[in-house]
Ligand binder design. Structure first.
Ligand SMILES: Cc1ncc(COP(=O)(O)O)c(C=O)c1O
Length: 350
């Protein structure tokens, strides 16, 4: 704290990201990154941008990327927004679409950045408890609200809400924005982008950090009705004209264009997930059904914090949350087959 801080900064409660250790030998299963590299075509596209043109600003609209996303999903470019990681896209949505008189609704177990953005933008929030099986109960959201947001699959549970349930939720709140945060949708879910032409209050965000293995590039997207996209553009153009640099626009567009690589690596992660689930169950863990690139698991007799510390001593890092309802769970990212085996071997001895 310093006397130079504004009262607002003094009261902020920032998000704490998962650890990015400096040691490279660790088996890093704590931040849901992709164990496989990005598409070689994306890397080549980024390398091609490293030239004298870097003296020039990038395209402020990222049109090349918007076009690649529009082509991929069969939507118009006016329905696409691009930003510096989906966290930034989410921030603009909170700022531009959720600042209303009624509270924003989201699950009690959910992405822990949501309450942080509520604090940053002064948005009233109501956390809606997941049911006993850690599932979203759509009926609980049919109440006055200034917006609804949830990840699908949910994080950190990995549980998927089917599109039919999302439609019921949209129908229950036609007058507020429903934001489906699809950071992990490509590992086993169906995207709600299929519904954006039918529901003008639906905004879908995605990231290139997970299924397209570009966490280091920082690119996220949103797809929805042009009116919702315009709100995000207004915020973006009041904040930073160039959130995506030249490498990011080219690399992300190429990643969307390289479907074959994307589908192959997603499939590898999905197959590995089933191996990890079986291995954990074999060790006595209860594992929630996951449609993501991570699993959420608890052991009936072993304390999760102790397990996380024991794994760390053996060079394997996973994520443990202190929040009371999930304090006995570990969130484990799916790695390469070798990393997954190292995890299971390490757990065996704990
Ligand atoms: C549910 C969810 N949404 C959004 C993000 C942010 O992703 P990024 O800012 O890397 O696009 C994450 C990252 O872990 C996430 O888990």
């Amino acid at each position: 704290m310093s006397k130079f801080w504004s009262p607002f900064v003094k009261d902020l409660v920032p998000y704490v990201p998962g650890e990015q250790p400096k040691l490279s030998k660790l088996v890093k299963l704590n931040t849901n990154e992709n164990p496989y590299g990005p598409s070689p075509k994306a890397i080549a596209a980024m390398q091609a941008e490293v030239n004298d043109d870097l003296r020039l600003y990038p395209d402020p609209n990222g049109d090349r990327l918007k076009q690649a996303v529009a082509d991929y999903y069969g939507v118009q470019t006016s329905q696409v927004f691009v930003g510096n990681g989906s966290d930034e896209v989410l921030a603009h949505a909170f700022h531009g679409l959720f600042q209303h008189d009624a509270p924003l609704l989201f699950p009690d177990i959910s992405y822990s950045f949501y309450p942080v953005y509520c604090g940053l933008y002064g948005i009233e929030q109501q956390q809606v408890p997941l049911d006993e099986q850690f599932q979203i109960r759509v009926e609980d959201y049919a109440r006055p609200n200034g917006g609804i947001i949830f990840p699908n699959p949910n994080a950190p549970t990995g549980c998927l809400l089917p599109l039919e349930a999302i439609e019921r939720l949209l129908q229950g709140s036609p007058d507020s924005v429903v934001l489906v945060d699809e950071a992990y949708i490509d590992f086993g879910g169906q995207t709600a982008i299929a519904l954006v032409d039918k529901y003008p209050n639906l905004l879908v965000t995605q990231t290139l950090s997970k299924s397209r293995s570009l966490a280091g590039l920082r690119v996220g997207i949103a797809v929805g009705h042009p009116d919702l996209i315009e709100a995000l553009e207004r915020i973006k153009n009041s904040f930073n004209s160039y959130p995506l640099d030249r490498m990011a626009i080219a690399g992300a567009a190429a990643a969307f264009e390289d479907r074959a690589y994307f589908e192959k690596t997603c499939q590898q992660v999905i197959e590995s997930r089933e191996v990890v689930v079986a291995g954990l169950q074999g060790l006595g863990f209860e594992v929630l059904p996951s449609a993501a690139n991570f699993v959420f698991a608890r052991h009936p007799d072993k304390d999760a914090a102790t397990l996380a510390a024991g794994l760390r001593e053996q060079g394997v890092i996973v994520r443990h949350f202190k929040q009371q309802r999930i304090a006995q769970f570990l969130r484990i990212t799916i790695g390469t087959p070798e990393q997954n085996q190292a995890l299971l071997d390490a757990l065996q001895g704990l």
